[in-house]
Design a protein around this ligand. Structure first.
Ligand SMILES: C[S@@+](CC[C@H](N)C(=O)[O-])C[C@H]1O[C@@H](n2cnc3c(N)ncnc32)[C@H](O)[C@@H]1O
Length: 224
């Protein structure tokens, strides 16, 4: 089932952070907009609505545990934590530094707001992980998939990450306007009917997969 989340659904929470505040946070935490290796822009200066939403997800979903595959400068996790308003307990980060950045810098940046979190940063190619290294068997409240956007690799990231999703947890898939990302999600969902699919109309497009084991979609906090 696909439900399109429009500003009508999320109007209130989306406006809990103003565009100017997003820019100030970028400056404060030393976040940059960098060209990617294809010469296009990863995050435009105008792309505030993307991070506004991550702030809103953090505020609404209050994630104690976060996993992200594809971290870059750490902005998405940083905004989730800022929206949450307190430190999560556990954050796992996976990135192989394909882009010109250091995972360590992202960890240091996230640490300034997630001061009580155990942060497990794994600098490794997710495509070479047969499963997510998760010896403590953490169940993640939010999983952010934002690594290799090609269909096969994106499907693989979903495949290794989703088994670690908490009951009632949410998977955020960025760049859903990207055809390969959307195809990868469609393929994964066709095999996993327990996940509901919500589409959020942002500049990049975000699809949110909600695990429904303990209830129905109307119980999803994002639809309140
Ligand atoms: C679009 S950026 C992530 C942006 C970040 N989530 C944010 O909002 O700031 C994609 C990231 O995925 C990482 N990446 C790409 N392929 C990967 C792979 N196979 N394994 C791990 N990380 C990968 C890149 O190094 C890059 O940091």
């Amino acid at each position: 089932m696909t439900i399109e989340l429009t500003s009508g659904h999320l109007h209130d929470i989306r406006h809990t952070i103003r565009k100017d505040d997003v820019l100030q946070i970028f400056l404060k935490y030393g976040l940059k907009w960098l060209p990617n290796d294809h010469g296009s822009v990863v995050t435009n200066p105008e792309q505030f609505d993307y991070y506004e939403w991550y702030f809103a997800y953090g505020q609404l979903l209050q994630p104690k545990t976060i996993l992200e595959i594809g971290v870059f400068g750490g902005a998405s996790v940083l905004f989730l934590c800022l929206g949450y308003g307190t430190s999560p307990d556990f954050i796992q980060l996976v990135d192989n530094q394909t882009y010109p950045h250091l995972l360590k810098d992202a960890v240091d940046r996230i640490r300034t707001v997630a001061d009580r979190a155990v942060i497990d940063a794994i600098m490794f190619d997710s495509q070479r992980m047969p499963s997510l290294p998760n010896s403590a068997n953490v169940q993640f409240d939010i999983i952010s998939i934002d690594g290799d956007h090609r269909i096969g690799p994106c499907y693989h990231d979903l495949h290794i990450a989703a088994p670690n999703l908490a009951a009632d947890g949410h998977i955020l898939c960025d760049d859903a306007r990207h055809g390969d990302v959307s195809s990868a999600i469609d393929r994964y969902l066709s095999e996993h009917p327990e996940l509901a699919d919500l589409y959020v109309e942002t500049l990049t497009g975000t699809r949110i997969l909600h695990r429904q084991d303990n209830g129905h979609l109307e119980r999803c906090p994002l639809l309140r």
